[in-house]
Ligand binder design. Structure first.
Ligand code: SF4
Length: 280
């Protein structure tokens, strides 16, 4: 059972979910979870991997299912879950436009805070600033902003402009929140940003770490087809020269003093560490 509404040709559907937290199997000491409060993403990036994971017949970027009972389901699941970093989100943007109305990310952050879970957010939207009051209460939190080599409406139709994202990072850093940037996907033969200029601005914005990644569609066939249809470019042509380029990009990132290691995401349960030292 669901209710649906159509706004400017976009389908927004309210649904109820049975489960929410998804535990990743990295084999690390502490569990890591992903949390998607929305199914689908109105940002509609044409290089997005999510359509290959979701397999929905509706056109990508034109629909979103809103899991309206997410806070209750999360509350129930957290009571039984071992503490570990919760990542929002792997297959949707937690601050896409519908979040302004439904406030699911905000409500779920409140639940996570109450249960003292560490949180890592990745978004392309300045709407994350609305929740600064909650973000600042977390003992451990990271907020990342995605920036591609093609920050342009043709490739990411409803993503806020790059300048807005830079300003968001600056505000977050000023408020004492550790920020990072996912510089991905880099499309080697489609470079619309001045990389060096961008790195300077990210430095000024107080960003701590940058993780760069080249466009890869191996295992994501639906996404490759979408990218090729919408951009008119061939995938293999677009990524020619990737290997040497990613080395140069990483060298430049390191030269500007950004952390490129996974250290920024390492979280340790302070209670476990204490026990270790107390136990003879
Ligand atoms: S913001 Fe992320 S999840 Fe949404 S369409 Fe773009 S790449 Fe996909």
């Amino acid at each position: 059972m669901y209710t649906a509404e159509h706004v400017n040709g976009l389908s927004i559907r309210e649904v109820r979910c049975a489960t929410l937290l998804h535990r990743m199997n990295y084999g690390w000491r502490y569990p890591e979870y992903t949390l998607n409060l929305y199914r689908g993403c109105l940002h509609g990036c044409i290089y997005c991997y999510a359509p290959s994971l979701i397999h929905d017949e509706r056109p990508w970027g034109q629909y979103v299912d809103v899991k309206i009972n997410a806070p209750e389901v999360l509350e129930h699941e957290l009571r039984k879950a071992a503490r570990g970093v919760v990542f929002l989100s792997s297959a949707s943007d937690p601050y896409q436009a519908v979040e302004a109305k439904y406030r699911l990310t905000r409500s779920c952050l409140e639940v996570l805070l109450e249960h003292d879970f560490p949180v890592n957010i990745l978004t392309r939207s300045h709407l994350v600033l609305r929740d600064l009051d909650i973000l600042k209460k977390f003992g451990w939190i990271r907020v990342g902003m995605s920036i591609t080599s093609v920050p342009n409406r043709m490739f990411e139709p409803r993503v806020p402009p790059l300048e807005r994202r830079l300003e968001t990072l600056r505000r977050l850093s000023e408020e004492g929140i550790t920020t990072w940037v996912s510089l991905a996907p880099i499309i080697p033969n489609l470079f619309m940003v001045d990389l060096e200029g961008l790195l300077k601005k990210l430095k000024e914005a107080g960003v701590s770490a940058i993780h760069a990644g080249v466009l890869r569609f191996e295992g994501y066939e639906d996404s490759r087809k979408m990218f090729e249809e919408k951009s008119g470019a061939s995938y293999y042509g677009a990524i020619l020269g990737s290997d040497s380029l990613i080395h140069k990009v990483n060298d430049l990132i390191a030269r500007y003093g950004f952390d490129t290691s996974p250290k920024i995401f390492e979280w340790k349960d302070k209670n476990t560490v204490l026990e270790k030292y107390i136990t003879p």
